[in-house]
Design a protein around this ligand. Sequence first.
Ligand code: NAD
Length: 337
Amino acid sequence: MRVLVTGVAGFIGSHLTDRLLAEGHEVVGLDDLSAGALVNLTEARRAKEFRFSRFDVADPALSDLVAHERPEVVCHLAAQMDVRKSVADPTYDARVNVLGTVNVLEASRRAGVRKVVFASSGGTIYGQPAKLPVGERAGLMPCSPYGAAKAAAETYLATYGRLYGLDWTSLALGNVYGPRQDPHGEAGVVAIFARALLAGRPTLVFGDGTAERDYVYVDDVVDAFVRALGEAGRCRRLNVGTGVGTTVRGLHTLLAEAVGTPDTPEFRPARRGELQAITLENGGIRRALGWEPFTSLSDGLRSTVDWVRGTVGPVGPFADSKKPPTRMGGGSSNQRV
Ligand SMILES: NC(=O)c1ccc[n+]([C@@H]2O[C@H](COP(=O)([O-])OP(=O)(O)OC[C@H]3O[C@@H](n4cnc5c(N)ncnc54)[C@H](O)[C@@H]3O)[C@@H](O)[C@H]2O)c1
């Protein structure tokens, strides 16, 4: 099957591409490289069934490219995915995440694409639900422009389904972690803690450390995308999470164990606007796609630490000493979702 992957050079998109190529699919990858990096595509670029274009998903010329490539399925992962940035610059966020998605849908239906599989955000579209783990039928109450854009994109998916018969599945992802996760800035807490612990730098927890997130390993997320390529999961949202919450403090303990360093984070006052807890009910995706979270948190964290260890260079208390303390904690784990 020929699959077009947007956001191909990013964390999840590059893993998805490796899996699709390993299964014998042909992959046409698009990315504007605003956040992703070609180094993530090192394996993929060796395959003759892989083509890459540096391309902005909001560019109107996308229709020509998709019409030329004629993919059967589009996996749409390209996004501005920093919640804080969406608050600071909601117009930019909407340009990429709303207009970009409309552009992908329009190009897809013109080119006769069978299905669009979309990367939505279970951590932001539901807001702070009263009942956890939250199911797909809960109301959408995003508390950030990023979450609002994902909710809007889902509305467009459903509209294109009704208007043109374009099939779609929206995968509402939990907090995805694993190798290639961007450790810089306010990226995922796992990558940030792992990198800091390996470098012997202080780790900061904002709030009392009880904020809970649903951490799901990147290979399991990729498995959900692959299972959604066919007819199953037709025209609906499916949560992709474990249903189990892990506190930021608990996560720190597990990572300190995996790294082999003392479990002594520093605490800072909580930051406003962070969710206290979010976990995703996964009965829908188990039934629709036969999916289940395969990787235990401890195994996934170990793999992530091994990857970070291989990328940070010299490790030790003074190895990274020019850098400021790593800031992370509380719901900050949800900043890039
Ligand atoms: N990582 C998570 O925990 C998580 C959670 C929920 C949802 N998601 C969603 O999954 C998708 C992938 O996330 P990720 O973690 O791999 O992020 P990422 O930032 O690593 O990947 C996103 C990719 O999109 C590219 N991109 C951004 N703007 C673009 C544009 N205008 N045109 C073309 N490419 C563009 C970036 O360069 C990057 O390579 C995103 O849609 C994100 O919102 C991620």
